[in-house]
Ligand binder design. Structure first.
Ligand code: NAP
Length: 323
């Protein structure tokens, strides 16, 4: 290690109680969150990983990962691929979450104990969870896991910090130096970087059985930090050397932006729900702030907090280099 004060993720894990190795099957392990989760799981050095992927997929996986490619409609393929697996982590793209059904049925037949279904989003018990169909529909997969005698753990991370900033979803467009600040949505909320979601999942799946059992049929709350839209913008200024005068910044009533988003949805653009979705996390009392639960889980998992300025700097660099 170059810097003696630098503590790597694997050091953090080894400081924690002994890691338990498991057989972990992953679906979607080449995706946005799957690739980071796979990297963190491999870094622990204690797990045996099998990546399950569609026959037609071009996905590739690092050395040391067993790869099973096949048709999810073929139950015998899935049951075979899931033999002797302790955990199935499902990280399917958000348009194809229905593909969880055959995977969950096959996992039950193969004797898998734990499923981490395709959650990786907002708190399923937050007030806004019933408002957004995208969140509400996740319940049916959790219920199916339980009905089939297995246990689920829902990974809660809120909108991914870096992924969302890069796309301008927080109302801040780094590339074009534009921001829409939402009046009435200034509350603190939790958010997690892709890397720290992966590290959180790896730490969770490395817990000894007795500790992992405490998460059975419950969410695990991950968070890099708590912030606000304004703090984020100030951090972007620090990272870019920009200042308010150089940017096009407008302040708008959150309720007006929500109303316009709904109108767009009604006109046939389903993705316009995104404005309301992000704003809901920034509004007091809707469930975007789960810092107490995240702090408790971070202690169990031995996770360190992230740093807003570091995370913003990384995004600014990616935007500048077009990566
Ligand atoms: N918190 C947030 O900000 C946030 C944002 C976006 C998504 N999410 C959540 O995270 C989940 C994963 O999102 P992601 O962006 O990481 O996913 P992604 O990268 O878009 O896709 C993940 C994997 O899905 C598989 N896949 C794609 N099309 C498929 C199909 N037709 N049938 C079966 N499998 C298919 C592919 O695996 P193979 O090629 O190996 O088959 C792909 O690598 C989402 O469902 C959502 O719940 C959260």
């Amino acid at each position: 290690m170059d810097n003696i004060f630098e503590v790597s993720f694997s050091d953090t894990l080894s400081i924690m109680s002994a890691k338990q190795g498991r057989n972990i099957a992953m679906v979607g392990a080449s995706g946005n969150i799957g690739s980071r989760t796979l990297a963190a799981i491999l870094e622990t050095g204690v797990h045996t990983v099998t990546a399950i992927s569609r026959g037609e997929s071009n996905a590739t996986f690092p050395a040391g990962v067993a790869v099973k490619k096949g048709d999810y409609a073929d139950e015998s393929f899935l049951v075979n691929a899931l033999q002797k697996q302790d955990v199935l982590v499902i990280q399917l793209g958000f348009m194809v979450t229905g593909q969880q059904i055959p995977l969950i049925h096959a996992a039950a037949k193969a004797g898998v104990k734990y499923i981490l279904p395709t959650e990786f989003g907002s708190d399923p018990y937050a007030p806004f969870a019933t408002v957004f169909p995208m969140l509400a529909e996740k319940k049916k997969y959790r219920d199916l896991v339980e009905e089939l005698g297995m246990s689920w753990i829902a990974v809660v991370n809120n909108p991914w910090f870096d992924w969302s900033l890069k796309q301008g979803n927080w109302g801040i467009n780094v590339k074009e130096k534009k921001a829409v600040l939402y009046k009435g949505a200034e509350a603190k909320f939790n958010t997690t970087t892709l890397k720290q979601v992966g590290e959180g999942v790896a730490a969770l799946l490395s817990l000894p059985d007795a500790q992992l059992e405490t998460f059975k049929n419950k969410p695990v709350y991950l968070s890099s930090f708590e912030t606000t839209q304004k703090e984020m913008l100030d951090s972007v200024f620090r990272a870019t050397g920009g200042k308010e005068g150089d940017w096009n910044i407008v302040v708008r009533d959150a309720t007006d932006v929500i109303a316009e988003g709904r109108e767009e949805v009604a006109k046939g653009n389903p993705f316009a729900f995104v404005y309301e979705f992000y704003i809901a996390h920034m509004q007091d009392g809707f469930g975007g702030d789960y810092h107490e639960k995240a702090a408790k889980d971070a202690e169990i998992l031995g996770l360190k907090a992230g740093n807003l300025d570091d995370a913003v700097k990384a995004v600014v660099q990616e935007v500048a280099t077009g990566n």
